[in-house]
Ligand binder design. Structure first.
Ligand SMILES: Nc1nc2c(ncn2[C@@H]2O[C@H](COP(=O)(O)OP(=O)(O)OP(=O)(O)O)[C@@H](O)[C@H]2O)c(=O)[nH]1
Ligand SMILES: [Mg+2]
Length: 376
């Protein structure tokens, strides 16, 4: 009988954190002979890779090592956390030189298709492009990981591009840290442009806005009154609104929608100081408008660098990252504290039954949290 094992990146001290298992294959003689004959099927390297190897591999833009480094920062295991931090610390001086672009929009807005067309265009200009996808819904829906991969097939074959499908945010947790650290790794690997795709479901836009230099919202054609219903908050996060799929019969409608957006944008607070957010049309099928979007982003970058707004935003983002990480870590340690885990169900029942006030329940839990686990 084959035994199931936890994957390489799971935490051996805390096996319940990871629900996946790696199923060991049945060891038939026939299969063994088949594998021996087929040299194409090499034994997978499951050996731990050293920080030094990861460091030089990332700097040399070795794509498979970059992928392993991202897997390391995505891991929840404590021993991987230390190793990832050591690697990031070493790579720090080689980071910060890319333009980070966030792309959001409702499911089906054409984000992946746009990234493929836009990414191909950037590669044709000689730029190196990394694509990261964040899918906050993947733990619920099973994710569009596979879809994204197949849709970006052409770009993934381009030697100037690197595509990383989304981690399962809900399962792995700490998506902020993992995405930011993945950006750092891609920058250290020398990618000039980092594109980050996220499905627009409300909160994810705010998270991404805090990680990128330029943020764009992909929308589809719609009547003016539909625009009124659109959340003002989301439009105020964007540095550009792209009315997508402006091709064929849809083109005149897209142009009208663009004008409608521009009228509304006129009254809104721009997302970036000194920059007027505007609506544009584009098609990822005909490629019309794609080069104009890159020209606009370059103007944005130049203006922001001249005025200092670009550097200022990155500083603010680093500070916000610090506080986000403090919250993440406190949250993690609190809920993983054995004493808290033991006490929480009882306290929860007492609160529900009205026997204990919420404030005193929290106080009891915090008192328990500050007792060292060894003393429990
Ligand atoms: N006509 C037209 N169709 C497009 C264009 N871009 C994408 N599509 C189509 O729109 C559909 C959705 O495209 P995707 O790129 O998968 O959309 P998405 O926003 O990444 O979707 P999710 O990842 O599921 O949120 C696909 O059937 C595409 O072929 C375009 O520029 N013009
Ligand atoms: Mg997509």
């Amino acid at each position: 009988m084959a035994t199931d094992q936890k994957p390489e990146w799971s935490d051996p001290s805390n096996p319940d954190l990871c629900s996946s298992v790696v199923r060991k294959g049945e060891e038939h003689e026939v299969q063994a002979t088949f594998l021996q004959k087929n040299t194409r099927f090499k034994k997978r390297n499951t050996q731990e890779i050293s920080v030094e190897e990861l460091y030089s591999g990332v700097l040399n833009r070795n794509r498979s090592i970059l992928a392993r480094a991202i897997t390391l920062v995505e891991s929840n295991a404590d021993h991987h956390f230390q190793k990832a931090q050591e690697l990031l610390q070493k790579l720090m001086p080689s980071t910060g030189n890319s333009i980070r672009i966030g792309i959001t929009g409702v499911p089906g807005a054409g984000k992946s298709t746009f990234i493929e067309a836009f990414g191909e265009y950037l590669c044709s200009l000689g730029l190196k492009v990394a694509v990261l996808a964040i899918d906050p819904s993947s733990s619920i829906s099973g994710g569009s990981i596979l879809g994204d991969k197949t849709r970006m097939e052409q770009l993934s074959r381009n030697s100037r591009a690197f595509i990383r499908p989304s981690p399962s945010a809900g399962k792995l947790g700490g998506v902020h840290r993992k995405t930011r650290e993945s950006i750092i790794l891609c920058e250290a690997a020398g990618f000039d442009v980092i594109l980050i795709e996220t499905v627009g479901v409300g909160q994810s836009e705010v998270i991404i806005r805090d990680m990128v230099d330029f943020f764009m919202l992909l929308v589809l054609t719609g009547a003016g009154d539909e625009l009124q219903g659109m959340k003002k908050g989301i439009m105020e996060l964007a540095d550009a609104i792209i009315v997508h799929k402006a091709d064929g019969e849809n083109k005149p409608k897209a142009e009208k929608t663009r004008n409608d957006y521009n009228r509304i944008l006129h009254f809104l607070q721009p997302a970036t100081k000194g920059w007027m957010t505007k609506a544009h049309t584009c098609s990822s099928l005909t490629l019309e408008g794609i080069s104009g979007i890159w020209d606009m982003i370059q103007t944005f970058e130049q203006k922001g660098k001249d005025s200092g707004v670009f550097a200022e935003r990155r500083k603010i983002q680093s500070r916000e990252w610090l506080y986000a990480l403090i919250s993440d870590q406190l949250h993690y340690h609190f809920y993983h504290h054995q004493g808290v885990k033991n006490l929480l169900p009882k306290i929860e029942n007492e609160v529900i039954a009205g026997e204990k006030t919420v404030a005193s329940a929290v106080e009891s839990l915090l008192k328990r949290f500050f007792i060292k686990e060894g003393n429990l």
